[in-house]
Design a protein around this ligand. Structure first.
Ligand code: ATP
Ligand code: MG
Length: 561
């Protein structure tokens, strides 16, 4: 197993204790339970890796359960996107389950509770019910409908189901205790009326079960043993157990809810509702915008499943909430791409360089290594000529000794090519450099084995040959928010912290070997960063997303290397 040797997390300790107490390992079962009301984000990746990771560790099945009880917000598009993302992360679910498949069973159990005097139809407004809720220190007040008789409750509940009432006129409530210290136990709502078609059950139902009533019972139906959720559900555990008490029968497994801390990532937000807002407001171009912390956004940006899994494994799970710096995620993608990404040359801010002693009209194809980290990656041929583009910032007329790039009178090596020396440069009327004139040393060709080829010069520059280069659109991304915790400021809206400069689009030149690159392929543009072909690419114009720069500017991570 990949993580052998790592110490157990607290959820694994709970499971180990259960196994020690005699619980059969072969009965373990987990689930990942997204609500299909948006796209999965990096926070969900933690939950996915936790649940499916447990499945791998214990050889236990893991269900993908759609918690689809709110037709007002849920759509098939989201179901499909979630399945795609979980599969892309590399996990296989045992069963694809839907809470909506249990609507009839849940209804039958609700009828059973009514018959037992444990549930009643309340016909007050939501405002009235809220007023009776009490406070954490004061008990609530019983509803005037609390003592409706069973026959009346059954008739009303049936009529609710038959669509005879308008939304908001009646609800079904569990009859627990209006004085309970846990306010969630004060006669919680089990069903509400919603005249909305559901993406799976269409108009079969117009009453929909609430989360608390649905979740534990769904776990029970599926015989999930450990139902892991985030900390905000800790106070719900008592209710989860109460609802289970009503239905659990001898010989069947009783699921157990346990909570872990939500994972937050710095400089972004992990809430489907807020991400939806960014999409709807046009701050980003859809759920898979490469700036989004969604799984689909990260994929489009060029992240690999391995990098996300390694990130989730590294941060592990915790009992307390905290914010994980986004640099840690970037560290993991950099590590993975360093191993697998082919190296190519691209110039993003070009200035022309002419080699005055290179034979006019000639070209040659230079041998270039695809990936020095991967001996199996082989070589390719890169065209060279007397007219090149280099990065504008790689040349200065004058510079001090610490500038290891090209300056007048100075030498550099052209990657995979020759040593050149800058002789002069031309400028436009504004003083901008328009062309650099150089000479080259024909004997200094890399890999030729000559004495000159082994001569050391301080700088090596990347370049592309002007007559061979392809134009490409390149999209550079910065953090979507200027603040570390955009939704962590009381009284301030996360939208206030949007970084207006999170996207920079430019036109660059790339070597011709990239001509047939396909959407989703990743490369290292040497000395610049990792880039991924975007789905907006066409046959004659490639579009690249910068996945991440080569170096981390975040000091702490640097120290860890
Ligand atoms: P959101 O607020 O983004 O909609 P959610 O918790 O409502 O999140 P669900 O679709 O209900 O989203 O979540 C599916 C599972 O993923 C749940 O078990 C939930 O606890 C877990 N989860 C959601 N967000 C995070 C997060 N940031 N860190 C860890 N687990 C998460
Ligand atoms: Mg939710």
């Amino acid at each position: 197993m990949k993580d052998e040797g790592r110490s157990l997390n607290f959820i694994e300790h709970i499971i180990e204790d259960d196994l020690l107490a005699g619980f059969p390992k072969s009965s373990l079962r987990f689930r990942f339970p997204p609500e299909p009301n948006g796209y999965l984000h990096i926070g969900h990746a933690s939950s996915i890796c936790l649940n499916f990771g447990l499945g791998e560790r214990y050889g236990a099945p893991v269900n993908l359960r759609f918690d689809d009880t709110n037709p007002a917000k849920e759509e098939k598009e989201f179901v499909e996107a979630i399945k795609k993302d979980v599969a892309w992360l590399g996990y296989h679910w045992d069963s694809e389950c839907y809470a909506s498949d249990y609507f009839q069973q849940l209804y039958d159990w609700a009828v059973m509770l009514i018959r037992q005097g444990k549930a009643y139809v309340d016909s007050q407004t939501s405002e009235q019910m809220a007023e009776q809720k009490g406070t954490p220190t004061e008990p609530g007040t019983n509803s005037p409908f609390r003592n409706r008789n069973v026959a009346e409750n059954l008739a009303l509940f049936e009529a609710m189901k038959q669509g005879e009432f308008a939304e908001g006129t009646h609800v079904l409530r569990a009859k627990i205790d209006m004085a309970a210290s846990n306010m969630l136990m004060r006669d919680p709502i089990m069903y509400r009326i919603l005249h909305r078609p559901h993406h799976r059950t269409n108009t079969d139902w117009c009453i929909y079960p609430m989360y608390d009533w649905t979740h534990g019972e769904s776990d029970y139906i599926e015989q999930v043993t450990h139902s892991l959720c985030t900390l905000e559900f800790a106070p719900h555990r008592e209710l989860y157990d109460w609802f289970l008490d009503q239905v659990v029968t001898e010989g069947r497994i009783r699921p157990k809810q346990r909570e872990f801390a939500r994972r937050n990532l710095s400089h972004t937000i992990v809430s489907k509702r807020k991400l939806l807002h960014l999409v709807e407001q046009g701050v980003v171009n859809g759920w898979d915008d490469p700036r989004m912390p969604t799984i689909s956004g990260l994929r489009r940006r060029g992240f690999t499943p391995e990098s996300i899994r390694n990130f989730a494994d590294t941060i592990g799970i915790a009992k307390r909430e905290n914010v994980v710096d986004v640099s840690l995620l970037e560290f993991h993608i950099r590590e993975h791409l360093n191993k697998i990404a082919p190296r190519v040359m691209a110039v993003l801010d070009p200035v022309k360089l002419v080699i005055t002693n290179y034979p006019e009209g000639e070209e040659e194809w230079l041998e270039a290594e695809n990936n020095p980290e991967d001996p199996g990656a082989g070589n390719r041929q890169v065209p060279f000529s007397g007219t090149l583009y280099i990065e504008r910032e790689d040349f200065r007329e004058e510079a001090n000794r610490k500038f290891f790039r090209l300056k007048l009178g100075g030498e550099v090596r052209l990657k995979n090519g020759y040593i050149i020396k800058a002789v002069s440069c031309s400028k436009d009327t504004d003083g901008n450099i328009t062309e650099i004139q150089c000479t080259y040393d024909p004997k200094s060709k890399s890999g030729s084995g000559s004495e000159e080829s082994l001569r050391k010069v301080k700088g090596t520059l990347h370049w592309v040959s002007v007559p061979h280069a392809l134009k490409a659109e390149v999209r550079l991304y910065d953090r979507l928010f200027n603040d570390e915790t955009p939704d962590g400021h009381k009284g301030r809206d996360f939208m206030e912290f949007i970084n207006p400069d999170s996207l920079q689009q430019l036109e660059g030149y790339i070597e011709p070997s990239l001509k047939d690159a396909q959407a989703g392929q990743g490369f290292q543009f040497q000395r610049l960063g990792y880039f991924n072909v975007d789905k907006d690419s066409t046959a004659d114009r490639l579009v690249f997303n910068r996945t991440v720069t080569l170096r981390d500017t975040w000091a702490k991570i640097e120290q860890r290397r």
